[in-house]
Write a protein that binds this ligand. Structure first.
Ligand SMILES: [Zn+2]
Length: 58
């Protein structure tokens, strides 16, 4: 299971995106970022390197 804490991505938020692969985690995080933080698809694309770097594997 891979997880990505929204807080690790720089937001003051307790959401944690989860998935079996990096792609799933990124998609989950992007969906959350757009719904909860008003980000656009472009914002999420730009943040993708940072998001990937913040992914934890457990
Ligand atoms: Zn969040």
């Amino acid at each position: 299971m891979k997880t990505l804490s929204c807080r690790d991505a720089g937001c003051d938020c307790d959401y944690v995106a989860k998935g079996e692969t990096e792609e799933e985690v990124i998609n989950d995080a992007a969906d959350h970022g757009m719904k909860a933080h008003g980000k656009t698809q472009d914002d999420m694309t730009q943040m993708q390197a940072n998001l990937r770097a913040a992914i934890r594997t457990s």
